[in-house]
Structure formats: structure tokens, C-alpha cells
Ligand binder design. Structure first.
Ligand SMILES: Cc1cc2nc3c(=O)[nH]c(=O)nc-3n(C[C@H](O)[C@H](O)[C@H](O)COP(=O)(O)OP(=O)(O)OC[C@H]3O[C@@H](n4cnc5c(N)ncnc54)[C@H](O)[C@@H]3O)c2cc1C
Length: 180
């Protein structure tokens, strides 16, 4: 089939840029290494307190993104025969889209536009600075104390990673029931 892929933001979407990849680079590579250094005792290797350069950890996370980016790149998909348009898509008629000044008519359209972080209604939140997944991986300074609202998998990943890298971490979860 002839395929047109339209992307208005970064190729690779959330997973590559602000989701799975940076979170696992932070968690698995950096934080796990720091934890392993601290807890090495017991297997004949002296445990040491790691000296964490958070700006360098940030650089590492972005190197991992950059290493994977070619797999999600325009060149790769164009090389496989898809036509890639880097622009915002909008419908102008059923099965007719406009993107980047191009008109695309297709029998089938897959909408895979993902999601964006939504700030929850929490009193006072609008008066304080806070991170979302779109900003936390751009942070170059280790937070002295990171407060995480929500103990889902992503909140707990960020809690573990930052704790292991040396932040004080507090997690707040309103539900008292364990998640299924
Ligand atoms: C911190 C974090 C860690 C995560 N870790 C994992 C993990 O370990 N494993 C896992 O499976 N999942 C993980 N996820 C979830 C995963 O990132 C998402 O489920 C996945 O990226 C969703 O993919 P998608 O293609 O549906 O949407 P997206 O990746 O959001 O892609 C949608 C794309 O559509 C584009 N778009 C939107 N509207 C338009 C328009 N009008 N015109 C053109 N383009 C448009 C956007 O720019 C975007 O790039 C994690 C998420 C976060 C935030």
C-alpha cells in the first residue's frame, strides 16, 4: 500500500523523546549503576557512594535518544517507501487531509495522535513550577527534593531513579487501595 506518515512534532513521538526511552535510560543505566555501586558489598567489591554529575546524566539520557533516533527517522521511513510529511495534519473532508501545504486523499486513515500531559485540578498547582514528562528529561540539575504526585508506574520509576541518583523523594498517592 502507499503510505503517508504525517508528524507535526519529533519523529518517534512520546516513546523516543519524552517517554520509554529517556525514562529507561535514566532508570536502568544511570540510577541502576549508582545503586549497584552503593550496594556492591557482599560480593567482594567494596561499596562506594557514587559521585553523581546530573548534567552528565542528562547528557547520557539524550545520547541514548540520539542513538535510537535513526530507527524512527524520516530517512528510515522514506527508505522503506513511506512518504513522510513533517507538519500538522487536519481534515478538510472525509478522507481528505491537508498537511504542510499538501492535500492527501486516502481510503483509510489511521489516527495515532497519542496524548499530552494534562495538569490535574490540584489547588495551588498553577502557582508553582512543576515537571511533566515533557520537561523532566530536560532538567540538568538534580532536585534536592522531588515531590511526585501519583504512584503509578511512571511516578514510581521517576521516584526510584531520582532517589538512587541522590534526591530526597516524596511520593503522594491518594488511593489507599493497591493497584490491580
Ligand atoms: C515517562 C514515560 C515512560 C513510559 N515508559 C513506557 C514503557 O516503558 N513501555 C511502554 O510500552 N510505554 C511507555 N510509556 C508510554 C508510551 O510512551 C506511549 O504509550 C506511546 O509513546 C504512545 O504512542 P502513540 O504512537 O500512541 O502516541 P505518541 O508517541 O504520543 O505519538 C503521537 C504523535 O502524533 C503527533 N500528532 C498529534 N497530533 C498531530 C497532528 N494533528 N498532525 C500531525 N501529527 C500529530 C504527535 O506530535 C506525536 O508525535 C511511557 C510514557 C511516559 C510518559
Amino acid at each position: 500500500m502507499r503510505v503517508v506518515l504525517i508528524e507535526r512534532g519529533e519523529m518517534g513521538g512520546e516513546c523516543l523523546n519524552t517517554g520509554c526511552v529517556p525514562s529507561k535510560a535514566l532508570l536502568a543505566a544511570a540510577a541502576q549503576t549508582a545503586h549497584a555501586m552503593r550496594s556492591a558489598g557482599g560480593c567482594g567489591i567494596e561499596a562506594v557512594e557514587p559521585c553523581v554529575d546530573f548534567a552528565a546524566v542528562h547528557a547520557h539520557v539524550h545520547q541514548v535518544i540520539a542513538a535510537i533516533a535513526p530507527h524512527d527517522s524520516v530517512e528510515r521511513f522514506e527508505g522503506k517507501g513511506a512518504h513522510v510529511i513533517r507538519a500538522e495534519a487536519r481534515f478538510v473532508a472525509p478522507c481528505v487531509l491537508m498537511a504542510g501545504g499538501q492535500r492527501i486523499e486516502a481510503r483509510r486513515v489511521t489516527i495515532a495522535t497519542g496524548s499530552a500531559p494534562v495538569a490535574p485540578k490540584i489547588d495551588g498547582l498553577d502557582a508553582v513550577p512543576y515537571f511533566t514528562n515533557e520537561s523532566i528529561f530536560d532538567n540538568r540539575t538534580l532536585p534536592a527534593h522531588l515531590l511526585i504526585i501519583g504512584a503509578g508506574p511512571i511516578g514510581l520509576e521517576m521516584a526510584q531513579a531520582h532517589r538512587r541518583l541522590g534526591s530526597q523523594v516524596t511520593v503522594i498517592e491518594r488511593s489507599k487501595e493497591p493497584r490491580a
